[in-house]
Design a protein around this ligand. Sequence first.
Ligand SMILES: *Cc1c(COP(=O)(O)O)cnc(C)c1O
Ligand SMILES: [Zn+2]
Length: 422
Amino acid sequence: MSKFTGYRCSLCGTEYLPGQIKYACPKDGGNLDVELDYEGIRKKYQPEDITSRRDFSLWRYEPLLPVNPPKGESTPLHLAGWTPVFGLSTLAEKIGLNHLWLKDESRNPTASFKDRASAIVVARAQDQEAEIIVTASTGNAGAALAGMSAAIGQKAIIFAPKSAPPAKVAQLLVFGARVILVDGTYDEAFDLTIKAADAFGWYCRNTGYNPFTAEGKKTAAFEIWEWWMEIHRAWHEQGSPLENHPPLTVFVSVGDGNIISGIHKGFKDLLKLGWIRQMPRLIGVQAEGSAAISHAFHANTEEIKPVSASTLADSISVDLPRDGVRAVRAARETNGMYITVPDSEILKAIAELGQVGVFAEPAGATAYAGLAKAVANGEVKSDDPVLVLNTGSGLKDVKSAMQAVREAPIIEPTLEALKRIV
Ligand SMILES: *Cc1c(COP(=O)(O)O)cnc(C)c1O
Ligand SMILES: [Zn+2]
């Protein structure tokens, strides 16, 4: 753990020692980047030391993480990450791409990308001997914290808006977390959680506040890196080496901006270690009605102005994104960009992904909706290799899923009734 050397504020650049501070920069509230001893890591490890590991979870990247994996038997917490990548050639052909893949984060233990962050935060809490962890959540972050905590007997308290989809609330309750539903927005639950953590001495996981969430989310970048080397090898064997292809483009749905910032951090770690030479292009997709980060990106500023969020994609419905500045930079510094999509296109994307066997919740399908739009607008070209993330399972929000499809007919159990409709 000595590889964890401290924090640096993403706004003012002030550096802090690991034990000096817990959450955001006291000077300006800026998000803190976790700093590692890159020199030391590079001396000790080669990429092969990581890629040859038999641990098929995010813990295979332990040498690049600021926490120790919790000890003990293999639990859901020990198995977060290492999600599969599928080829999507049918959809690629449909929208006009030559190379399209999907990384399916719904395969995580609690069925969303958030398990990556929660696994690392729970490990940090154990390092700190925190008795209780608390988080505000639109649903998935809470479900992930509740699940990862339950896995190793850690106590958790979750604040969620009372409008959270029932499946997510059910997860929180079944995992045995103390659940408090707030009669207000996610943003109001967020502020209340910080006050409560302060008042009661709880350890706060809030997204875009606790610096360790991004450290968990960066592990997706490491997995993409390993997977991309495999593609590289395959192309090389086919006589079409990587040099013949444009760089990889990654599509991510964005709410608070912590996933895209975390993925960016992962690639920056790899760049600092000299293990990659080129970053993939990171493209963030927001719902039109919840697009504060996209607005800032297109206004060419880092000033994030809150919106009054309205979208059926509850996981990315945020008035004031809590990791907006780093999220703007993630796109800007990688030659990426932001795209917004209306809810109608999100529903369409749910249906299209479903037809190739992927069941996404609205926020999960948003990245694909953004990709379809980007190809139609010419912002992504047919020979750009594209990886799109599905960040959450469709089972999380069945009500929205049903809006994406036609209802099934109900018939009498007779052949005559059947003949009338087939
Ligand atoms: C949280 C979440 C997102 C967005 O992540 P941010 O860090 O808030 O940008 C996207 N999709 C799903 C399913 C999520 O749960
Ligand atoms: Zn600062």
